[in-house]
Design a protein around this ligand. Sequence first.
Ligand code: PTJ
Length: 248
Amino acid sequence: MDETDVPDSHPRHESILTRHRIEHGVDLGITSRQGLIAHGRGEAYDYLLDERTTESADRAERAAAAHLLLAAHPVLSVNGNAAALVPGELVELADATDAELEVNLFNRTTERMERIAAHLREHGAGEVKGLDADGRIPGLDHERAKVDADGIGDADVVLVPLEDGDRAEALAEMGKTELVIDLNPLSRSARTAAVPIVDNIIRAVPGITDHARALADASRDDLETIVDEFDRETALDAAEDAIRSGDL
Ligand code: PTJ
């Protein structure tokens, strides 16, 4: 069965298509097998959120767009799940916010790094960082600590989708402003983030891009107001509340 075999009328059409993209990512050597497990966990939360972007998540996406537009050096971190699910959408977000793309893997192998970079370029990316690996995130073991010194190493704002908790914490300890996309509002990554975006990456990335385009001509003062008015605790509470009290 491939993507074209899922009838539009199927009640779980989107969810099944998304699964196919993750499976295909594994077949291409982009997504790790652990990525399949992570995806299943995400699906469960998304189901409880009724597979929609809540108002609170939309506000977080707007705040994330404002952060990226204000940043001196914004970087979008890309792992195996993000590359399989939203490669073209990440390229569009990078273009809309003048951000760089850097491959940064939990289960890092040179082969996967190169495949993901090539996959992003096939979806329109120019330069893709991550392969130099001449910088380190302090406090992590060797492989997971590798970043480009002039990429994430030098970034002031980093978007980290589906990150594991201790690396998200280590990045935040480096003083970087972290924008985290994670469907689990209780995860350490979401709890570490300056802006936790509790939404499926397939909706969140285009959502941030739409806000960035709408804010393209906004003044720095207006962007700073959006950033200041965003409250991470309120966003986490709203997400948890939506999940716990969902009307299914
Ligand atoms: O490609 P790699 O080697 O960097 O590995 C990536 C994974 C995702 C395997 C790795 O970072 C990992 O193990 O992550 P965790 O600790 O399982 O965390 C993944 C988080 O992402 C969980 O909290 C999931 O609920 C969440 N998640 C999964 N799918 C989505 C998601 N959040 C948003 N959108 C999704 N589609």
